[in-house]
Design a protein around this ligand. Structure first.
Ligand SMILES: *Cc1c(COP(=O)(O)O)cnc(C)c1O
Length: 386
């Protein structure tokens, strides 16, 4: 009989698992073997070798990832940046260009601006919320359009539907970095994106204990990217595959809990006298609230805010907290807090940060799985004392 697997939570647990179970093991065993006995394969990429990302641990993850985003295929790599590099280096030749949203993850921005330029790969940045300006960035050599589901650290939501239509009207591959939303809140293939990229270091892994990346989408593109990735290196180790696989099974319960807690924290902060601004797409005051409600199943576990007291108050507030840990990264079970001007955006010149609306005092919070009342109590006490 066919298993009912309409719900994403069912697919997180059962999709892609070996059938029959290997030696009856309920949890996918780790195949810590770099190579596998020759079975008469005639193509190099069909040989079973760990760098070709085709061990049983890779195969199971690929099937599960494709199933949860309702896409055709998937590939895991050694980090989110490895996934982005392999994707863009597959799609672009020397002299080609891409259009990218202007508020990308710092690592992606730097890769496009500094590394790719050395290889003759060009990038034109656009405002993701202003589709009327996009045609000006188009050239005959433009190959791809790259956006993020929710931007860092202001949690802006680009006009994602317009991005897909624009890309397809002009023969561009539509790529989205879906890390911040996670497949629970947004499944890019359903909206027409050709490729969805994740830093699995964040929500997919979910426990702040691995570095990993994933590309999910059209089978023809994933096939091409797999071949390039095999040459670039950057494969995911089977033990990290296992940890990612294990983490993904609880993605649904984790992210829905984080959505709820983030909403409660955002509302609490927005009503506090010492807080001057809160950026969370689930708040009606957020400029992209309507778009987020239309596109997403939930608004995510990430928010940012500013205190009336500026940088001094922000540092005192962070030092006063007892639950959130002051550390970069996001998407884990423990709440993490940072001041982007000193962490994720420290490489960005001050004028650019100001123009982007990222003040020195801006605080970014990644909501974990602590009890919401404890988090609210901790935040209230830290605000009281700053
Ligand atoms: C962290 C992150 C990346 C990079 O992922 P790594 O796993 O650290 O290489 C890319 N995009 C976004 C949105 C991220 O948050």
């Amino acid at each position: 009989m066919k298993r009912p697997m309409r719900g994403i939570d069912t697919r997180l647990i059962h999709a892609g698992e070996p059938d029959p179970l290997i030696e009856g093991a309920v949890s996918m065993p780790i195949f810590q073997s770099s190579t596998f006995a020759y079975r008469g394969e005639t193509d190099y990429h069909a040989l079973r070798y760990i760098r070709l990302s085709n061990t049983p641990n890779h195969d199971a993850l690929h099937r599960k990832l494709a199933a949860i985003e309702n896409a055709e295929a998937a590939l895991v790599l050694a980090s989110g940046m490895a996934a982005i590099t392999a994707t863009l280096m597959t799609l672009m030749d020397t002299g080609d260009r891409m259009i990218a949203q202007d508020c990308l993850y710092g690592g992606t921005h730097d890769l496009m601006r500094h590394e790719f330029q050395r290889f003759g790969l060009g990038v034109d940045f656009v405002d993701g919320g202003a589709p009327e300006t996009w045609p000006r960035a188009l050239t005959p050599k433009t190959r791809a359009f790259h956006v993020e589901t929710i931007s860092n650290p202001l949690m802006r939501v680009a006009d994602l539907r317009a991005a897909v239509s624009f890309a397809h009207a002009h023969g561009l591959i539509a790529i989205i970095d879906n890390t911040f939303a996670s497949p629970i809140n947004f499944r890019p293939a359903e909206a027409g994106f050709d490729l969805s990229i994740h830093s699995a270091t964040k929500y997919l892994g979910g426990h702040s204990d691995i570095v990993a990346g994933a590309i999910i989408g059209r089978a023809d593109l994933i096939g091409r990217i797999s071949r390039t990735a095999a040459r670039l290196g950057g494969s995911l180790d089977p033990h990290a595959c296992f940890l990612m696989h294990r983490g993904m099974k609880t993605l649904g319960v984790r992210v829905r809990h984080q959505n709820q807690t983030a909403g409660a924290v955002a509302r609490f902060l927005a009503g506090h006298a010492k807080v001057s601004r809160v950026n969370y797409p689930g708040l009606e005051s957020h400029p992209d609230h309507a778009r987020a409600r239309e596109l997403f199943d939930g608004c995510g576990g990430m928010l940012s805010f500013e205190l009336r007291g500026g940088v001094g108050a922000a540092d005192a507030f962070i030092a006063n907290l007892t639950l959130p840990i002051s550390a970069p990264s996001l998407g884990g079970v423990e709440s993490l807090i940072t001041r982007p001007a000193t962490t994720s955006h420290s490489g960005m010149p001050r004028e650019e940060r100001d123009r982007a609306g990222i003040s020195d005092g801006l605080i970014r919070l990644s909501i974990g799985l602590e009890a919401v009342d404890d988090l609210l109590e901790d935040l209230a006490a830290a605000l009281e004392a700053c």
